[in-house]
Write a new protein. Structure first.
Length: 155
């Protein structure tokens, strides 16, 4: 599989350490940066990573910022993206099995590199269950996404 990997300055150290793991698992990497600890804006990398998955340039994504939350919020603005913040192996397994998450997000300030390694392994090795109830719920998420384009929320 092709895995897009990106981070802001808070997550760059985790990203760099995780690249070896992803490669050792037999995957290709598309590294979208950042590549230094110089302050950058996580939405830029959330969008760029999400677009790579949306456009099918990558099969899955791994995005890292300080909390994992901001970068996931940015990624989830892109149509077809189901970015999920994970903090342990169980959340990684469930977001793949139940939600068919296509982007893993983590917070480098809250997830040790040792735990991040475990999370990435589970995320990349766990398939979507394809259970009827899970497909139904994912279809509802997609419907919300479609309806959201016409919502007038400025009132």
């Amino acid at each position: 599989m092709k895995i897009v990997m990106g981070s802001d300055h808070a997550g760059v150290e985790h990203k760099e350490k995780l690249k070896g793991l992803v490669l050792s698992m037999g995957h290709q990497i598309i590294d979208i940066g950042t590549n230094s600890s110089k302050s950058v804006d996580y939405p830029d990398f959330g969008e760029k990573g999400a677009l790579a998955v949306c456009r099918k340039e990558a099969d899955l994504g791994i995005l890292i910022c300080g909390t994992g939350i901001g970068i996931s919020m940015a990624a989830n603005k892109v149509r077809g993206i189901r970015a999920a913040v994970c903090w342990n192996e169980e959340t990684a397994r469930l977001v793949r099995e139940h939600n068919n998450a296509n982007i893993l997000c983590m917070g480098a300030r809250f997830v040790s590199i040792e735990m991040a390694v475990k999370i990435v392994k589970v995320f990349l090795e766990t398939p979507f269950s394809n259970a009827k109830r899970h497909n139904k719920r994912i279809n509802k998420i997609t419907s919300i996404e479609e309806r959201g384009k016409s919502y007038d929320c400025k009132k």
